[in-house]
Design a protein around this ligand. Structure first.
Ligand SMILES: [Zn+2]
Length: 120
C-alpha cells in the first residue's frame, strides 16, 4: 500500500495524492458489479488499463498487464484498512506529507525503482 504522487495518478483520481494498493493481478477478483466497469487504456504500449464505475465515475482499478500487477484505489474496497508503507514518485509531489514514511523519488527497489529517497 502506497501513496503515489505522480501527475498521472493525481489526474486519474482528481486529488493531490493517490492512495493505492498494488496486488499481483491474479489476486484481484471482482465479485460484484463487474458489468459496471468501464476501461480507459491510458498507455496501449506498456499496458495500463484504468477501470472506473460507469454508474458513479469512481476510479477503481488500474491493471498493469506488463508487470502482472493491479493497482486498486484505497477506498475501492470498503472494509480494507489502508496502511501505506511508503510514498512513490515523491519528486512529482504537489503537497508535502509529514508522516515519517519513506519517500521515494520514483519507486522503491522492489518495484524496480531507483530506491532514491527524498526528504519530507
Ligand atoms: Zn502514480
Amino acid at each position: 500500500m502506497t501513496y503515489c504522487h505522480c501527475e498521472s495518478c493525481r489526474r486519474w483520481i482528481g486529488a493531490p495524492v493517490m492512495g493505492g494498493c498494488l496486488f499481483h493481478a491474479d489476486k484481484v477478483r471482482i465479485v460484484k458489479g463487474a458489468e459496471q466497469l468501464a476501461i480507459y487504456t491510458r498507455t496501449p504500449d506498456s499496458g495500463s488499463h484504468r477501470k472506473f464505475c460507469k454508474s458513479c465515475g469512481s476510479s477503481l482499478l488500474n491493471d498493469h498487464p506488463g508487470i502482472r500487477m493491479t493497482d486498486v484505489t484505497a477506498v475501492s474496497v470498503p472494509d480494507l484498512e489502508f496502511k501505506p508503507r511508503l510514498h512513490t514518485n515523491y519528486a512529482e509531489k504537489v503537497v508535502s506529507m509529514y508522516d515519517g514514511l519513506p519517500k521515494y523519488k520514483d519507486f522503491d527497489p522492489a518495484l524496480h525503482g531507483s530506491g532514491e529517497e527524498m526528504p519530507e
